[in-house]
Write a protein that binds this ligand. Structure first.
Ligand SMILES: NC(=O)C1=CN([C@@H]2O[C@H](COP(=O)(O)OP(=O)(O)OC[C@H]3O[C@@H](n4cnc5c(N)ncnc54)[C@H](OP(=O)(O)O)[C@@H]3O)[C@@H](O)[C@H]2O)C=CC1
Ligand SMILES: CC(C)(CO)C(=O)C(=O)O
Length: 310
């Protein structure tokens, strides 16, 4: 299967790199700076699950992109999605399937509008990864699952082909018949994790060790859960218990990728991950909620970045 990975950043570099390491037909759509870095140093993955050093990974610049690809894996940030959609247009043909790995849900609406819903799978990944200063992918824990599925839950022929292409490639490939609920479950967990770790500038363990920290984390999760319920995607009690457990684990070093971005002064996905959740909330009830405070806090950070750049 001809696979295009859009972006060779933390997630795209990791999953694309693993696929390449396992002999799959992968090309990375990159921009010039990353193309030069990959040409010079190759693509390295540093991980407790096994390192990889891939010399000369196949890359392509947008202007040279020729399609069609059977599978396009989107691993850009939400604020890069409009540009990425424009750039991948030449790679999309009548049989192309787009698999977005972004956190949140709004990417589905945008991709549907641009390419047609029949071309867009649901998807998500669970991993903690970042890029080093030298461009190597650093895998920060041992989770590395990639979930994908038809949004109507069907076991289509293309799902079988994609499952085969993504399986046995050094990460957990998880075909799902409940991918939309999976995405919602992850969204509310991630919004709570990103929101609370950014607000408190610390890991889960540091937050729960502080007075009131556990209650704040659980309050925020509850705000997020209420939005999911209102949208018809309430998490199961088991999912909720798991999320509560992870968000209140004593000594946990877990943070969200949004906190890592914020600490490096990078752009963040505030609107996509927190603002969009708030937009789907019951405004009369959620005004003054912790979720609203978290959003205001992230927007202040963004405003500070913009004025520093001006
Ligand atoms: N990092 C993590 O641990 C996790 C992240 N996620 C989610 O995954 C998504 C991706 O995050 P992450 O991998 O961390 O992000 P990164 O910023 O590490 O990587 C994104 C990459 O996409 C590239 N890119 C963006 N637009 C284009 C384009 N038009 N053409 C070519 N390359 C492009 C960027 O390239 P350039 O350098 O040129 O800008 C960058 O290298 C986000 O929605 C995030 O929330 C989900 C789970 C965990
Ligand atoms: C929740 C987590 C850590 C898992 O993938 C994540 O998605 C992120 O940090 O962006």
């Amino acid at each position: 299967m001809r696979i295009l990975i859009v972006g060779a950043g933390a997630t795209g570099g990791y999953f694309g790199g693993r696929l390449l390491q396992h002999g799959r037909d992968v090309t990375f759509l990159v921009r010039e700076k990353r193309a030069a870095q990959l040409a010079q140093h190759g693509l390295s993955i540093r991980s407790a699950t096994g390192d990889a050093d891939l010399r000369s990974p196949p890359t392509v610049l947008a202007g040279d992109l020729r399609g069609p690809y059977e599978l396009i894996v989107l691993s850009c940030k939400a604020y890069g999605l409009e540009q990425a959609m424009a750039d991948i247009a030449p790679a999309a043909g009548p049989q192309t399937v787009i698999l977005p790995l972004l956190n949140g849900m709004r990417q589905l609406d945008l991709l549907d509008a641009r390419f047609g819903a029949q071309h867009v799978l649901g998807g998500q990944c669970v991993i903690a990864a970042t890029l080093d200063a030298d461009g190597a992918v650093r895998h920060l824990n041992t989770s590395h699952s990639l979930t994908f599925g038809e949004r109507d839950g069907s076991a289509s022929a293309r799902m079988q082909r994609i499952t085969q292409a993504l399986s046995d490639a050094g990460f957990d490939a998880r075909p799902s018949s409940t991918v939309l609920q999976d995405m919602w479950d992850k969204w509310i967990f991630l919004a709570a994790l990103a929101g609370i770790t950014c607000l408190m500038r610390g890991s889960v363990g540091e937050i729960v060790a502080a007075p009131g920290g556990t209650a704040a984390a659980l309050d925020l999760l509850e705000d997020c859960r209420a939005v999911a319920e209102r949208a018809g995607h309430a998490p199961s009690e088991q999912t909720l218990q798991r999320a509560r457990g992870v968000l209140t684990e004593a000594g946990s070093t877990l943070t969200a990728s949004m906190l890592r971005d914020l600490q490096h002064g990078h752009p963040i996905e505030a609107d996509h991950i927190v603002g969009d959740l708030l937009a789907r909330a019951d405004r009369s009830r959620d005004e003054g909620s912790l979720l609203a405070t978290v959003y205001a806090h992230l927007k202040v950070y963004e405003a500070g970045r913009s004025s520093a750049a001006a």
